[in-house]
Design a binder for this molecule. Structure first.
Ligand SMILES: [Zn+2]
Length: 405
């Protein structure tokens, strides 16, 4: 694969001449002038081949990162980013693309396939690692994910091929493709385990502007939130078939207390097992309790941590409504200081795939006294407006940023 242009390690941070994963150095060429100035990447196809990704992905990634339009002519191998961008900058961005969309997050090996999975009518993109076998999710907040979902990888294989010979090639055979429909419980459990293994990385990712608060005050606030969760479980007793599970001794109360006591050590899997043990893992009211018992002022960072759990438990519109009810109680009662963070919270839930656009839109436009009083209900919905607006706009701007050359 070497060319006169030179070859570098796919992971440029690895300073090892014998590192087996190599790619051509990304080249750039500025064309045109004035408003029409653009940066052509003459060897994008070769670079992308070394990464086992379609060349449109890194090109589009550059566009997202630079806020620039891109154009692609695959037949003639023309990959273009509008504006003048220097090679060093684009190489840095390529490192970012590799980190976010190529390397296995568990073992950092570049031999991965991107696989689109669908759960609860929500799509997710995971890196399927041939080296260590882990499935690691990509950050669904990145704009490129929208493009990938619209243009899914053609050679995505579900079956794992053994015995990588080190050459990250782009073989297109579809031997090994299996239709597993994603429905078996075993697969779900496996996925939960895989995702649980990477919870820490996920949490770190989402932490950006939320710091962990372990002060006594924060702990007190969590206890208060828990009290809220019991009350909520009692309040919401009107629609799960009139069971008398609602007191502190009922399964919901027991789960809430258990989570509060074990939250520091219990991961998503343990929480799920506890709910299962109590026989309420399928109830929507359980979701209402979870939101309040698991989350505190760090909710935005905590959501990705518990994403596998939420994905497994939020399985219907009713569950989504309970989820939103939990959010109302969390920000309206336990942590009023979180009201301005409502758009971020909804975004985080949307991005892990447990909120449908229609459900959240319907929720946001209809005040309800079901979980909180009317004033709080109004305030929370008012605060959610920027997110709802974003949803509406994300719907509108479809392909208009793609321009054929
Ligand atoms: Zn791996």
């Amino acid at each position: 694969m070497a060319s006169s242009a030179g070859v570098v390690n796919i992971r440029r941070d690895v300073d090892d001449k014998f590192y087996r994963y190599r790619m051509p150095v990304l080249l750039t060429k500025i064309e045109g002038k004035g408003n029409g100035i653009k940066t052509v990447i003459p060897n994008m196809a070769d670079v992308a081949r070394a990464l086992s990704r379609p060349p449109t992905y890194p090109t589009k990634f550059f566009g997202c990162e630079l806020g620039a339009q891109t154009s692609v002519d695959e037949k003639n191998d023309r990959y273009i980013v509008n504006g003048a961008h220097d090679a060093a900058r684009l190489r840095e961005l390529l490192d970012g693309f590799i980190e976010k969309f190529v390397l296995c997050r568990a073992c950092k090996n570049p031999e991965t396939d991107l696989v689109v999975t669908t759960k609860n009518r929500h799509e997710d993109i995971v890196r399927d690692c041939k080296a260590c076998g882990e499935l690691t999710g990509v950050d669904m907040r990145h704009k490129l994910t929208t493009f990938i979902l619209k243009n899914p990888p053609k050679n995505a294989k579900k079956g794992k091929k053994k015995g990588g010979n080190g050459e990250a090639n782009n073989g297109n055979g579809d031997e090994g493709a299996e239709d597993d429909g994603g429905g078996s419980d075993d697969e779900l459990t496996q996925r939960i385990k895989a995702e649980a293994a990477e919870l820490n990385t996920d949490a770190a990712l989402a932490k950006e502007d939320w710091s962990v608060d372990t002060s006594e005050e924060a702990v007190r606030a969590r206890v208060k939130a828990l009290e809220g969760s019991m009350a909520a479980a009692v309040l919401a007793g009107d629609d799960e078939g009139g069971d008398d599970d609602d007191g502190a001794d009922g399964p919901y109360g027991v789960l809430g207390v258990w989570i509060e006591e074990n939250r520091a050590d219990a991961g998503a899997v343990q929480v799920y097992k506890k709910a299962q043990e109590l026989g309420i893992e399928k109830k929507h009211k359980t979701v209402l309790v979870l939101i309040q018992a698991l989350f505190d002022t760090n909710v935005v960072a905590q959501i990705p941590t518990y994403a596998p759990l939420l994905v497994k438990m939020v399985t219907s519109e009713k569950h989504q409504k309970a989820l939103l009810g939990g959010v109302e109680r969390l920000v309206g009662i336990a942590h009023p200081e979180l009201v301005p963070a409502v758009p971020k919270i909804l975004m985080a839930l949307y991005q892990v795939g447990v909120l449908d656009e229609e459900v959240v839109t319907q929720w946001g436009t209809h005040v309800s006294k079901k979980y909180v009083d009317k004033d709080i209900s109004k305030r929370v919905r008012k605060a959610s407006e920027p997110f709802l607006k974003w949803l509406e706009e994300a719907d509108d701007d479809d392909d208009d940023e793609d321009e054929e050359d």
